[in-house]
Design a protein around this ligand. Structure first.
Ligand code: NDP
Length: 246
């Protein structure tokens, strides 16, 4: 497949591990200029040197998606460094699962802040740049949980349903502007996502569920596929999951 990736400036939030990291590697291999953001800058620094040593182009900057200002600075950094922003991959996310009755209200807030507000901040910071350029693309990472709800995942799924709604609304409103919107919903994928689960029962059942996980590189291929289409083609939604999933 002859993907149209070469030279595109791709900004990735949550690029310090898992799916974001895998996407950064794969897109850099295909000639994209990558801007990596996350809180763990040691990870980002190591990833940037690795990409560069393999002939790719990448820079990083510390980013907390829950606040508007760091996101604005992150996006300006991308624009100043490479002159434009072609793609924003809103990937940063957290998943501290628990039953609602456990009342882990701070964890609910955290999920809302990272998974919903983070995506909105990415859109708010990226959209004006894309409008000025007359084109661009948002790739928002939701989840199978954007399509279905399971016990212990009510709030997580709610945040991902929200990402799906926001993405669909944005896609409709952007019609004719040259700005594309893609929603990618992965099933269980190898990453550090389950590490933040503080509820014992939820953590145990996740272990079982995660046994069939696909590698993060599999989700990265879906991101590549959506970004690599010609400008007049939008892949609006992809669900990618383990073959062994029920
Ligand atoms: P990881 O935990 O490996 O990666 C999550 C990334 O998000 C990290 O790079 C982390 O970086 C970043 N992040 C978390 N909080 C913030 C914040 N406040 N500001 C900036 N970055 C932040 O998990 P995944 O790779 O699996 O997760 C990526 C996306 O994929 C998430 O949206 C997740 O919901 C989604 N997803 C994952 C699935 C899976 O099974 N793995 C299935 C379906 C969807 P740092 O801590 O350095 O800031």
């Amino acid at each position: 497949v002859n993907y149209a990736i070469e030279g595109k400036v791709v900004v990735i939030t949550g690029a310090s591990s898992g799916i974001g990291e895998a996407a950064a590697r794969l897109l850099a291999e295909h000639g994209a200029k990558i801007v990596l953001g996350a809180r763990r800058t040691d990870r980002l620094e190591a990833l940037v040197s690795e990409i560069r040593s393999e002939g790719g182009t990448a820079v990083y900057r510390e980013l907390d998606v829950t606040r508007r200002e760091p996101m604005e600075n992150f996006m300006s950094f991308a624009k100043v460094t490479f002159g434009r922003v072609d793609v924003v991959v809103n990937n940063a996310g957290v998943m501290p699962l628990s039953p609602l009755a456990a009342l882990k209200v701070e964890e609910w807030d955290r999920m809302v802040d990272v998974n919903i507000r983070g995506v909105l901040h990415g859109i708010a910071a990226g959209l004006p740049l894309m409008q000025e350029q007359g084109g661009g693309q948002f790739v928002n990472i939701a989840s199978i949980g954007a399509h279905t709800v399971v016990p212990t995942a009510a709030v997580y799924c709610a945040t991902k349903f929200a990402v799906r709604a926001i993405s669909e609304g944005l896609r409709q409103e952007m019609g004719g502007s040259g700005i594309r919107v893609t929603l990618i919903s992965p099933g269980v994928t190898e990453s550090e996502l389950a590490d933040t689960i503080s509820d014992d029962k939820a953590r145990e059942s996740m272990k079982e569920y995660r046994r069939v996980a696909i590698p993060a590189s599999a989700v990265a291929r879906s991101i590549l596929h959506a970004i690599g289409q010609p400008d007049d083609v939008t892949v609006s939604e992809i669900i990618v999951r383990p073959t062994a999933s029920p």
